[in-house]
Design a protein around this ligand. Structure first.
Ligand code: GLU
Length: 549
């Protein structure tokens, strides 16, 4: 077979040579050990947690080593593409702290190794496709959909492995005349790889997450170019990651099964194989068993879920870091104020089988993250969230920022900060009672005496002064307790509660109930100061009025 002639027939238009592309995309000038990696999503319009897991892993690998992270858009499957998806993707990743050094951006491409959108790279792929044909490593296949379907049926009947290989690969060794006749007729064709592999052979391979693997060689003549001349994922992966000078490929482990083909392809093209990190799927507990997170069943797989719920970016980010590197939590405890970027991320710590996602743990992480924020940060981020998701609350927050920040400052800072907010949507419950619009009384517990509560509220209103500091304030609460015959000796009360009508703690609860409508709240003395004397007294009176004499 005259492969040169075949290559010229299949690719009649002038193309640059591989050597020319090598000059256009020279090796990167980076220090030894610098990782060049990429995120290569398909623009389907849906940004999922997996994108963040891969993004974070690649980002840490690149930036911890002084390397480069770039964004490549894998838009070879036009059918799956949704308009605007690239922008959605870029914004979501930027929101979650994944900074790209080059690649696709909202304004266009940025960087010397572009274009970074695969549909714009057709000419480059064709250079390498032609080269493979010239070397007898690829051939055109004119098999129709129907022929492939009946091949599949026959393989099923014979219990043979599926795919286009060996005796099934009917176009693999066809004479030039047959090919020319089909081209003449205008029959669509795909370009297939001529595999020299055998399933009798195993290859050894080291994945940076999965460790040492032994994988079966590929014997299938996979498609390199589809009939519209657009490459398959596999071919684009080899050409792009070579020319973009990727050193590490971080991707989902659903690609592990085609890795033997990728190894062959890099070899056939004369490219150095990058290092691979195949990430196991995110899983969750479903009853007693683990299963993969599913787009259909689990809303938490979408990144938008976290924004809607009001998780701070850093909570999701730190939670994912902890899921991927279990030593992150210990590190965080030892370095509560350090920037998460100073944690030494290691792919070796990643679970080869994939990680378990647990929203309850995310909430705990988030409480810790929020407990480290200043009241002003909490205020700003809550307001940002509320503007999108709870406009009425946003209006209150904006109307009186001082009240909100003062309330949020209670118990903040110091060694043992309060950890009671996990998501911005909880802030309204936490301090919404400051605003009359959102004040609601919880159920008043039955075991308390409503009469005593009323007396306590009225008595405290009589003696309250804004000038009290915490201890003077509490002394007055004790005075009220004593007036009711409630004990102020908590020790005695705890050891024998039945011998007292109640304790000073109950009196605090009555006052808290009047002021906040709740049985739990941040420091009440502080809250009363924030509300001011007038409002505090009117709330005490309002609550007292609900109860019988
Ligand atoms: N477009 C592929 C995907 O979304 C990229 C895999 C890779 O990173 O190579 O799964």
């Amino acid at each position: 077979m005259d492969y040169q002639k075949l290559a010229n027939i299949l690719f009649p238009h002038p193309l640059k040579t591989p050597e020319e592309w090598e000059v256009i995309y020279p090796p990167r000038n980076l220090p030894e050990g610098a990782v060049v990696t990429r995120l290569a999503p398909s623009p389907t319009g849906f940004v999922h947690l997996g994108n963040l897991v891969q993004g974070l892993t690649s980002e840490r690998m690149a930036h911890q080593s002084g390397g480069v992270l770039f964004l490549r858009i894998e838009d070879t499957d036009a059918k799956r593409e949704v308009p605007g998806a690239v922008e959605v993707l870029i914004r979501a990743l930027a929101h979650y702290h994944i900074q790209f050094d080059e690649g696709a951006t909202i304004e266009g491409d940025s960087g010397l190794y572009g274009p970074y959108r695969q549909r714009q790279r057709k000419e480059i792929y064709h250079t390498y496709a032609k080269k493979l044909v010239e070397e007898g490593k690829a051939y055109p296949c004119f098999a129709t959909e129907d022929e492939l379907a009946s091949m599949h049926e026959q393989q099923e009947a014979e219990k043979a492995n599926y795919g286009y290989y060996g005796k099934w690969a009917t176009w693999r060794d066809r004479p030039m005349a047959d090919i020319e006749a089909e081209l003449e007729k205008g029959t669509p064709w795909v370009l297939r790889f001529r595999s020299e592999g055998s399933i009798e052979h195993k290859i050894k391979f080291t994945d940076l997450i999965k460790g040492n693997l032994e994988i079966t060689e590929n014997d299938i003549d996979h498609v390199l170019l589809k009939s519209d001349g657009i490459p398959t994922y596999h071919f684009a992966h080899a050409v792009d990651d070579h020319l973009m000078r990727t050193t590490h490929v971080v991707r989902g482990d659903e690609w592990l099964s085609t890795l033997p083909f990728h190894v062959q392809l890099f070899g056939a093209l004369g490219f150095k194989l990058p290092k691979y990190l195949h990430i196991g799927p995110l899983q969750k507990m479903d009853g007693d068993s683990k299963r993969k997170l599913s787009k259909r069943k689990d809303p938490e797989i979408a990144l938008t879920y976290y924004q809607q719920m009001g998780y701070p970016v850093m909570s999701v980010y730190e939670y994912i870091l902890g899921v991927l590197n279990s030593n992150f939590e210990d590190w965080r405890r030892a370095n509560p104020d350090a920037n998460a970027d100073t944690f030494a991320f290691s792919p070796k710590k990643m679970n080869p089988a994939g990680s378990l996602f647990d929203e309850a743990k995310l909430k705990d992480t988030s409480k810790n993250v929020i407990s480290r924020m200043t009241a002003e940060e909490v205020y700003t981020l809550t307001l940002e969230w509320a503007e999108e998701n709870d406009p009425a609350f946003a209006t209150c927050l904006k109307a009186n920022p001082e009240i909100a920040t003062s309330a949020l400052s209670i118990g903040r800072g110091g060694k043992k900060p309060r950890k009671d907010i996990a998501v911005w949507s909880e802030v309204k419950g936490y301090m919404g009672y400051l605003y009359d619009e959102f004040f609601v009384f919880e159920e008043f517990p039955l075991h308390y005496s409503k009469e005593d509560a009323k007396k306590a509220m009225l008595a405290f209103a009589d003696i309250y002064s804004e000038a009290y500091d915490n201890s003077a304030w509490f002394e007055k609460v004790k005075t009220v307790a004593e007036g009711l015959g409630y004990t102020t000796d908590m020790k005695a009360y705890k050891s024998n509660p039945d011998s007292f009508p109640g304790s000073v703690a109950d009196v605090s609860t009555f006052l808290r109930y009047a002021i906040t409508g709740k049985l739990n709240s941040p420091d009440l003395c502080e809250l009363m100061k924030i509300l001011g004397k007038e409002k505090s007294l009117s709330r005490l009176a309002r609550a007292a009025a609900q109860f019988p004499n």
